[in-house]
Ligand binder design. Structure first.
Ligand code: IMP
Ligand code: MG
Length: 185
């Protein structure tokens, strides 16, 4: 990253439009955790953090879920805007045996749904008994590419490029505790 690139990141951050402040995000996560607890408290679930975007939500949820659960991760990356558009690259599969487990897949965003749908298929193929999904935000548009819908959604965002709370802008800005939209996008 050159200094010019870093200045661009800073400019995008400075000019961004705040969509959900840190307090709203925290309230949304509280509410998600309550709903998840109602459904999964007695299922001995395996919470699978979908890296990198699901990192923050996974940690925020895990500290709010006061029942027996285990943690693991999967790492996928979706090629976007290339000739291989839409294809998923698997960087790491979960290490824990999934057979007969109840899973909670935790990711940052449900956009077109390709990422989450592939993950759910993969987990089912590995013998999971039940696969539930949680995302911090759902993007509002009609381009959804799968019949799958996330079971637990924190907040909605308009059909714009958003970042913060695990969502990146050029692999930066994931660490911000609020959700922003890129200005003019
Ligand atoms: P999907 O497969 O179309 O649902 O895309 C989901 C993945 O695309 C997410 O896990 C993100 O990594 C990425 N993504 C989609 N929209 C945005 C956005 O607005 N900001 C940052 N990442 C995004
Ligand atoms: Mg992602």
């Amino acid at each position: 990253m050159s200094q010019a690139d870093l200045s661009e990141i800073q400019r995008v951050r400075d000019e961004a439009e705040l969509l959900h402040d840190a307090e709203s995000v925290a309230r949304a996560v509280d509410d998600m955790a309550r709903r998840i607890a109602l459904e999964l408290a007695h299922s001995n679930p395996l919470l699978i953090c979908v890296l990198n975007g699901g990192l923050l939500l996974s940690a925020w949820l895990a500290t709010r879920l006061d029942f027996p659960l285990q943690l693991d991760y999967a790492h996928v990356s979706r090629y976007r805007g290339t000739t291989r558009g839409g294809e998923l690259e698997w960087i790491a599969h979960p290490r824990m045996p999934l057979k007969d487990r109840t899973l909670l897949l935790v990711d940052d965003i449900f956009d077109e749904g390709v990422t989450l749908a592939s993950l759910v298929d993969d987990c089912r193929a590995r013998g999971a008994r039940e696969v539930r999904t949680a995302v911090l935000v759902r993007k509002q548009h009609e381009r959804v590419a799968t019949p799958l819908r996330p079971d637990f959604v924190g907040l909605t965002v308009p059909d714009r490029y958003v970042f913060g709370c695990g969502l990146d802008y050029r692999n930066y800005l994931r660490n911000l505790p609020a959700i922003y939209a890129v200005s003019g996008n």
